[in-house]
Design a protein around this ligand. Structure first.
Ligand SMILES: [Zn+2]
Length: 234
């Protein structure tokens, strides 16, 4: 039965290595960086939308300014072409040109306002880009650290598994199946040593009569500790 205890030791070690592999602290840190990046992306999209909206408005205003400029140019050309001679008509044209100039000035002020509104949005986007970079770098470093730690643990796991294989091969199939079933039910520990009348699996002391029964059992006989359900090994 001591071989069963040996298998149990190996399996405990395997469980510990797998647990360490699954719960590497770098994984939690990586998750934090990844969720930070998701948050940044949401923020970035909102800001990009806002900026695109401002740019569209700016473009519309600039198109209006261009239209007005074309009108003023055409009016000027007509005014100085000499074809219009009536002072009243010339006066009206000048007034029209002045009005267009005022309108153009208003539109240009609006363009400037939009550019001012865009500035902080652009600054925020730049800040987000810097934050993205730092999270991406940190995540890359963590992924490399995780891969390195996994490689070490996988090497150790392989070693323990290779040691375990011949031990398990020696065991009767039925006993191995019982052992595996018990392990599943008892939190991974199916075999316990009996020492000084105490089950080291559950740390309960056995009555003297039971200790005696265990002692008398044949070497291949499986004795179960009734209290905790583990296979007792002397
Ligand atoms: Zn026990």
């Amino acid at each position: 039965m001591t071989v069963l205890l040996d298998i149990q030791d190996h399996d405990t070690r395997i469980d510990q290595l797998r647990h360490r592999r699954a719960s590497l602290p770098e994984r939690a840190a990586l998750t934090e960086h990844e969720s930070a990046l998701v948050g940044i992306e949401t923020e970035r999209r909102k800001l990009e939308e806002r900026l695109a909206e401002l740019r569209r408005s700016q473009k519309r205003l600039e198109d209006d300014v261009a239209t007005i400029e074309a009108k003023v140019a055409a009016e000027n050309l007509r005014m100085y072409s000499g074809t219009v001679t009536s002072p009243r008509e010339l006066q009206a044209m000048q007034e029209e040109i002045d009005a267009l100039g005022r309108r153009r000035g208003d539109l240009e002020d609006e363009v400037l306002q939009l550019m001012e509104l865009a500035e902080p949005v652009e600054a925020e986007l730049a800040a987000l880009a810097a934050r993205t970079d730092s999270h991406v770098t940190a995540a890359e470093e963590l992924r490399a650290a995780i891969a390195a730690a996994e490689a070490v643990l996988d090497g150790q796991l392989d070693e323990v598994l290779q040691e375990r294989a011949p031990l398990a091969a020696d065991l009767p199939e039925g006993l191995l199946a019982t052992y595996e079933k018990l392990r599943g039910r008892l939190g991974g520990v199916a075999v316990a040593r009996l020492e000084g009348g105490q089950c080291l699996g559950c740390h309960l002391s056995l009555p003297a009569t039971e200790v005696e029964a265990v002692r008398r059992a044949g070497p291949d006989e499986v004795v179960i500790h009734e209290e905790c359900g583990r296979i007792l090994v002397r």
